[in-house]
Design a protein around this ligand. Structure first.
Ligand code: ADP
Ligand code: GN1
Ligand code: MG
Length: 363
C-alpha cells in the first residue's frame, strides 16, 4: 500500500511534507498524521486511506460526510473544534491515486485526547453528551439525501445470516475453535429483532445517526475532561439513536480492552451505563421516540451482540474484514463482546430501572 507522503501535495497544494506518523487505531481504514510546511507555516493534517472492500463507493461516502459537516459548520458559524475536510486540487474531497486507491484529508484537531477504556462515569457521561449534541445538530437533516454506504449495517438478523453463510463454509479448523461462541449466538438469536423493530415499525423515529459511536471516536479536550469533537463519520446514515447509544454502551462500559484475552477483566460497568443514559437523555431527550425508550435497556446488549457476531463471522471467514495484528484476535474480540452481553442480560432488570428512572426524570 502506498504511504500517505506522495498524497499530501494533492490536498495542501504547494506544501512540503516534513513529518509523518501512522496512527495505529481503527479496524478499517489506515490513518496517518502528516506535518507539512507551506509559505513558512507548519500545519498538521490527517490522511486516510479508505478501505474499498468495506466502502465500495468512497465518493458517495464522502458526500454523506460533507453534508453532515457543512450542516454543522453552518449552524455553528465556524469549523473550529470540528472535523473539517480539505479539498483536493479538483475541488472534490477525495483523491484517487494511480492504483485506484482512495484517500481523504482532514485538518488535524489540535490539543485533544481520547479513551479506549473509560476510567470513570464522568467520562462516559461526557462522551454521551458529545454524541448526543452531534445528533441534535444534525437532527433536521433529511434522511433521503443520504447514501446507504453499508446496507443493513446494524441489522442483527442480517448479520446472523452472514454468520450462517460463514458457518456453512468456514476456514479449516476454526469452527471447532469457536464452538462455544457459536453456541452462545444460537442461544440468543431472538435478540436480533429488538432494535430493528423500531426502524421497521416507527419510520418517524428514523434519522441520521453516527452508527460507529465507539468511545474513541470522541476527541476530548487536552485535559480529557469534556468532549471537543466527534470524528469517524464514515457510517453516517439513517437509523435509530439506539444504534449510537448501544455502541457507546458497548465500548464505554467495558473495564477491559475490546480484544482482552483474560475474560475475568471484562466487567460491565453499570455506573457507566447510567451515565451514558443520562448524557443522551439530557442532550437528546425530547427527540427520543417512546418505542426507543422501551428498547433502550437492551440497546447495549443488541449492538454488542451484533458486533460480536461480526467478529465471529470474520474469524470464520479468515479475517478479511477487520484488521488483525495477531492470531485469533477476532475470536478474542468476539469473546469479550459475548461476555459483556452475558453480563448485560444478567443485569437486564437493573438496566431497565435505570432507563425508566431517566425517562421519568425528563417527563
Ligand atoms: P477509523 O475509522 O480507522 O477508526 P478514525 O477516523 O477514527 O479512523 O481515525 C483514527 C484515529 O486518528 C482517531 O482515533 C484519532 O486518534 C485520530 N484522528 C482522526 N481524525 C482526526 C483529526 N481530524 N484530528 C486529530 N486526530 C484525528
Ligand atoms: C469498526 O473503524 P472503526 O474501528 O472505528 C467497524 C465498527 C465496529 C468496530 C468494532 C465501518 O470501527 O462497525 O463496531 O470496528 N466499522 C465498520 O470495534 O465496519
Ligand atoms: Mg475511529
Amino acid at each position: 500500500m502506498a504511504l500517505a507522503s506522495p498524497i499530501t501535495t494533492h490536498f495542501v497544494l504547494g506544501s512540503e511534507l516534513i513529518g509523518q506518523e501512522t496512527i495505529e487505531r481503527g479496524h478499517i481504514n489506515q490513518t496517518y498524521m502528516s506535518v507539512v510546511q507551506k509559505d513558512g507555516e507548519i500545519g498538521r493534517y490527517i490522511y486516510q486511506h479508505i478501505n474499498k472492500s468495506v466502502f465500495p463507493d468512497p465518493p458517495r461516502m464522502m458526500d454523506n460526510i460533507k453534508a453532515v459537516l457543512d450542516h454543522i459548520h453552518a449552524k455553528r458559524g465556524t469549523a473550529a473544534d470540528c472535523l473539517e475536510l480539505v479539498a483536493n486540487a479538483d475541488g472534490s474531497y477525495y483523491f484517487k491515486d494511480e492504483d485506484g486507491e482512495f484517500w481523504r484529508c482532514y485538518r488535524y484537531i489540535e490539543d485533544t485526547s481520547s479513551y479506549d477504556i473509560v476510567p470513570n462515569p464522568e467520562v462516559a457521561y461526557q462522551a454521551a453528551l458529545a454524541f448526543g449534541s452531534f445528533l441534535n445538530e444534525i437532527s433536521d437533516l433529511p434522511t433521503d439525501g443520504f447514501h446507504i454506504t453499508i446496507p443493513d449495517f446494524h441489522n442483527t438478523e442480517f448479520r446472523l445470516r452472514q454468520l450462517d453463510s460463514a458457518l456453512a463454509n468456514p476456514v479449516a479448523g476454526r469452527l471447532e475453535t469457536a464452538a462455544a461462541e457459536i453456541d452462545f449466538v444460537n442461544r440468543h438469536r431472538e435478540l436480533g429483532s429488538r432494535l430493528m423493530h423500531v426502524v421497521e415499525n416507527y419510520p418517524e423515529a428514523v434519522r441520521i445517526v453516527h452508527n460507529d459511536t465507539k468511545v474513541n471516536n470522541v476527541l476530548f479536550c487536552g485535559d480529557g475532561k469534556v468532549g471537543k469533537a466527534v470524528i469517524d463519520l464514515d457510517t453516517v446514515m439513517p437509523g435509530t439513536i439506539l444504534f449510537d447509544i448501544g455502541d457507546l454502551i458497548r465500548t464505554a462500559c467495558n473495564a477491559a480492552a475490546e480484544d482482552e484475552t483474560d475474560l475475568s477483566k471484562v466487567i460491565f460497568n453499570k455506573d457507566h451505563f447510567a451515565a451514558i443514559i443520562r448524557g443522551f437523555a439530557e442532550s437528546t431527550g425530547p427527540s427520543i421516540h417512546p418505542a426507543e425508550w422501551d428498547a433502550m435497556p437492551y440497546s447495549g446488549a443488541v449492538i454488542t451482540m451484533t458486533v460480536g457476531i461480526r467478529f465471529l463471522t470474520d474469524f470464520l471467514n479468515g479475517d478479511t474484514y477487520f484488521r488483525t495484528h495477531r492470531k485469533n484476535q477476532n475470536l478474542d474480540r468476539c469473546r469479550t463482546q459475548f461476555e459483556l452481553v452475558r453480563q448485560m442480560l444478567d443485569s437486564a432488570d437493573e438496566l431497565e430501572r435505570i432507563v425508566m428512572a431517566e425517562r421519568d426524570r425528563l417527563a
